[in-house]
Design a protein around this ligand. Structure first.
Ligand code: AMP
Length: 193
């Protein structure tokens, strides 16, 4: 079973992906995590993407498609892939479809996590404040200014994927505003249907 978790920043994609990894042995492919790891390890690519990420804009399709290709070809499949934060543009969605076809993989569901924008902003700014109080590292893009850019990128570049996957008959939408437990249950009922 291979799925995409689709939704704006702060919708809870990472949290739900983490649960699917522990509950179902699925493999989480988060391009955001891969890019942050590249920055931490100081690779050339990490340096190239740093400013773009901090600003809240999308990095190039070429870079993220390359990262995903590498992971798909690594042979680690577990209980299936969870694409988390990828694809974010129509070009990425087409590239993913082509890559999966080539490898004989199928995309089973695209799960759209719907959330209200005001709640998102509060969640993300709250996430940063909590981390700061606890003395934990705060994501450089978890501030109101970058968040606006990230939301705009979502609506301009990523939200067309909702129609794209609907037309392909793959879209399942759920209310992302429930408790973590409730959202997990809703996802499980899609996966186990
Ligand atoms: P995330 O952790 O998914 O919120 O991603 C953090 C940042 O990484 C985004 O704001 C983008 O700058 C970059 N990024 C992550 N995934 C992608 C993607 N699929 N396409 C373009 N940029 C991405």
């Amino acid at each position: 079973m291979n799925i995409i978790l689709l939704g704006p920043p702060g919708a809870g994609k990472g949290t739900q992906a983490g649960r699917l990894v522990s509950d179902r042995n699925m493999v989480q492919l988060s391009t955001g995590d891969m890019l942050r790891a590249a920055r931490t390890s100081g690779t050339e690519m990490g340096k190239i993407v740093a400013d773009v990420m901090d600003r809240g804009d999308l990095v190039t399709d070429e870079i993220v498609i390359g990262l995903i290709k590498e992971q798909l070809e690594s042979g680690k499949t577990g209980g299936g892939f969870i694409f988390d934060g990828f694809p974010r543009t129509l070009q990425q969605a087409d590239a993913l479809g082509a890559l999966m076809d080539e490898m004989g993989l199928t995309l089973d569901h695209v799960i759209e996590m719907q959330v209200n924008d005001e709640v998102l902003v509060k969640r993300i700014v709250g996430r940063a404040e909590e981390a700061r109080k606890a003395g934990q590292p705060v994501r450089a893009d978890d501030n109101e200014e970058s968040l606006k850019v990230r939301l705009l990128a979502y609506y301009k570049q990523t939200s067309p994927l909702i129609g794209y996957y609907y037309a392909k008959g793959m879209l399942k939408s759920l209310d992302g505003l429930g408790t973590i437990e409730q959202v997990s249950k809703d996802i499980a009922s899609i996966l186990d249907a």
